[in-house]
Design a protein around this ligand. Sequence first.
Ligand code: AP5
Ligand code: MG
Length: 213
Amino acid sequence: MRMILVGPPGAGKGTQAARLIDTYRIPHISSGDMLRAAVKDATALGLEADRFMKAGQLVPDAVVIGMILERIRKPDCEQGFMLDGFPRTRPQAQALDAALTAAKVTLDAVVLLEVPDQLIVDRITGRRSDPDTGTIYHLVFSPPPLELLPRLVHRKDDTVEAVTTRLAKYHSETAPIIPFYADKQILRRVDGVGEPDIVTTRVIAALDAVLVP
Ligand code: AP5
Ligand code: MG
């Protein structure tokens, strides 16, 4: 299964990916997580990416395309992968398409998690992540165990100001890739509103329809 999870900030891409990788046994490749790891390690890539990410701006295409294409060429991606947060511009989608064509493989599905803008700010500002396990919580919607609270982190780009920019970037830069995948007939729209378990059931139903047409 080669698939992409796409959706606005806070749509639940990371939350759903964590639940789906056991079902599909493919690596979860999050461009945001890879960039945050590079920032933490203060690599050259991380230092360049940090100023864009903090402001809610997109990291330049050339940087992200190189990082992801290198990642999906690794042996653990031979049987498939789940991309989260990439592609999010037309040039990224075209670069991925060209790389997959050159490798003679095809994408099976692009799952679009649909969540209205007015729900996004609450989801983002209440998010807390566990740096040790990667688990994503929400102070209200997925409350963490109390004993974990002191070690949970609040992302630097999870401010109201940055999320407003991220949402605007989603609509101007990322939404235009949706017709690109709709034309290829691999786009699956999934309602991302509701309990995370219900959303997972919807995503699996959409993917089952792809695997067993
Ligand atoms: P990235 O890390 O990809 O951020 P994003 O796309 O803005 O998405 P998020 O991770 O914020 O949200 P999510 O959909 O994963 O939601 P989550 O499951 O955590 O990118 C960050 C930055 O890196 C970008 O702004 C850019 O600077 C850079 N970048 C990354 N990729 C790039 C690329 N390809 N090109 C250029 N730049 C790039 O859930 C959010 C919250 O909601 C959580 O608290 C969760 O508990 C809660 N929640 C989840 N599901 C539900 C539900 N069903 N009901 C209620 N609450 C829910
Ligand atoms: Mg995420």
